[in-house]
Design a protein around this ligand. Structure first.
Ligand SMILES: NC(=O)c1ccc[n+]([C@@H]2O[C@H](COP(=O)([O-])OP(=O)(O)OC[C@H]3O[C@@H](n4cnc5c(N)ncnc54)[C@H](OP(=O)(O)O)[C@@H]3O)[C@@H](O)[C@H]2O)c1
Length: 306
């Protein structure tokens, strides 16, 4: 059996140690770590993987794309995709800033408690606080994909609208399910956010580390919420009253998750995804595919690689 070689393409100057450790734990025998990867220098790195092993052995070489600048990493991912031709391709996992695995894990967690099934009669309503960051944008996109009505909240209406437009451009059929709302924190009374918070079935706080986006008054206003998820692990918490380690803790009529409570699922998705890219050289795993993997893991079964 050929060794599993993972080509780690990181857009930051130093490739992530976190991503490297997870890769080894998930089955990479050899890691080729590259930092400072851009759309201009990535092609030769990809060619090196494409033109060495042939036939079935090609799947034993795979690519991980990471880095803290998600926009750069996504452009690199597109360049990698366009470098492949015919059957000469490598399995790819795209997870800059951990945004795709984290967002997928959050949606999997929500789906344990509310029906996230497109086309169901009772539309689930979700609010994504801090919805303009890499993680929040993907949570919003994945929830919209699952048929949820999603409100993206930002301190800037323009930024929230831009996120909504970007999701609609990608998934035009989901246009009616997305809304942008501006909120600067503080008093909810009489604001647009008060309405969406009180109507929400699911609330996800995806704000920057150490920022509280839903205080005690906000929690009290969220009377219909059945799931609250805070992805911020750095004190102070993103949703007051949720501890980082909370995992499906029942609180009144709701269940709550903190960042570490979601982190275990994120790690399982990440490791399973590494396994998938070594199993099929045509696997290209972005947020949607990672959510599908998370849902399969949730059902306790692994489906064949596509
Ligand atoms: N559990 C895990 O494994 C894991 C993995 C990755 C990330 N995370 C966590 O997930 C969260 C989201 O990550 P991210 O990279 O998407 O975050 P981010 O880009 O740093 O921030 C997300 C959004 O938070 C808002 N924000 C920034 N500073 C703020 C402030 N002072 N007050 C209010 N809002 C503020 C901004 O939105 P506006 O400017 O539009 O208001 C920003 O777009 C973070 O807490 C991160 O630590 C967890």
């Amino acid at each position: 059996m050929p060794k599993n070689i993972l080509i780690q393409l990181d857009c930051d100057p130093q490739p992530s140690t976190f991503d490297a450790v997870v890769a080894v734990d998930a089955g990479a025998d050899v890691l080729l770590r590259h930092g400072g990867v851009t759309v201009d220098n990535v092609v030769s790195l990809v060619h090196g993987g494409m033109f060495t092993r042939g036939g079935a052995e090609l799947a034993s070489t795979a690519i991980f794309i990471g880095g803290s600048d998600v926009t750069v990493a996504e452009a690199v991912a597109e360049r990698v995709r366009s470098t492949f031709f015919g059957p000469v391709r490598l399995g790819v996992l795209v997870d800059p800033s951990g945004a795709n695995t984290t967002a997928s894990a959050a949606v999997v967690a929500a789906g344990r408690h509310v029906a996230l099934v497109p086309g169901t009669a009772a539309v689930c309503r979700a609010v994504v606080l801090g919805g303009t960051g890499p993680v929040g944008q993907r949570v919003a996109r994945l929830l919209a994909l699952k048929g949820t009505h999603v409100t993206v909240v930002s301190r800037s209406r323009a930024k929230a609208e831009q996120v909504v437009r970007r999701i609609i451009d990608r998934m035009p059929a989901h246009q009616s399910r997305l809304e942008a709302v501006e909120h600067h924190g503080g008093c909810l009374a009489g604001s647009a956010i008060a309405r969406v918070i009180s109507d929400a079935d699911v609330i996800v706080a995806a704000g920057a580390a150490g920022t509280t986006l839903l205080d005690a008054a906000g929690r009290a206003a969220a009377a219909s919420a059945r799931v609250l998820i805070d992805l911020n692990a750095v004190p102070p918490v993103g949703i007051e009253g949720i501890a980082a380690g909370d995992k499906a803790r029942v609180e009144g009529a709701a269940v709550v998750y903190g960042a570490l409570g979601v982190g275990g699922t994120k790690m399982k998705i990440h490791k399973a995804a590494i396994g998938r890219i070594f199993a099929a050289n045509d696997a290209f795993l972005d947020a949607e595919e990672l959510l599908a993997i998370g849902e399969e893991l949730e059902m306790g079964r692994e489906s064949p690689v596509r």
